[in-house]
Design a protein around this ligand. Structure first.
Ligand code: OFO
Length: 172
């Protein structure tokens, strides 16, 4: 059985992950409007991955006999100063999500909830990747910017290759 403060914190994290998805879908739409279908596709895959993060928390709360309670998700905005700025905002958002995950881990320790502590280790590792991938794309945008229009075209083609892979535990 989940303790109340843990359940509350996990529910808040579901909301944060769903907001991440909503934000990345908004960024995808923005990138599409800027004539960058590859970057838009990359961001759409990111948005889909965030849904699987929310789903992981959803399932965990239920598995522990808790109660999922969904809250309102705020509007993510629709415009950024440039495509590179959208990726910078995505990176900054991931840094804030890492802080949230770290706080969740702290709460699980405060309540000696070893199951939740263990469960959260997946998210701890995932956040390293989330920050790194966003940061890599920002670096590529900087390089592409120096290469004129051709550099951006090549980068967009590269970003188009990212595919969504359904995590094994969420299949079926
Ligand atoms: Fe769910 O990792 Fe990004 O937000």
């Amino acid at each position: 059985m989940l303790k109340q403060p843990i359940q509350k914190a996990l529910n808040e994290q579901i909301q944060a992950e769903l907001y991440s998805s909503y934000l990345y879908y908004a960024m995808s739409a923005y990138l599409e409007s800027k004539g960058l279908p590859g970057a838009a596709g990359w961001m759409r895959v990111q948005a889909m991955e965030e849904l699987t993060h929310a789903d992981k928390l959803f399932k965990y709360i239920n598995d522990r006999g808790g109660r999922v309670q969904l809250a309102q998700i705020g509007a993510p905005g629709a415009e950024w100063p440039s495509p590179a700025a959208a990726f910078e905002a995505a990176y900054n958002h991931e840094v804030s999500i890492t802080e949230r995950i770290n706080k969740l881990v702290d709460i699980s320790r405060e309540h000696s909830d070893h199951n939740t502590y263990n469960f959260l280790q997946w998210f701890v590792a995932e956040q390293v990747e989330e920050e790194a991938t966003a940061s890599e794309v920002i670096d590529k945008f900087r390089l592409a910017d120096t290469g004129g229009g051709g550099g951006m075209f090549m980068l967009d083609r590269e970003l188009a290759t990212r595919a969504f892979v359904m995590p094994t535990s969420e299949k079926g």
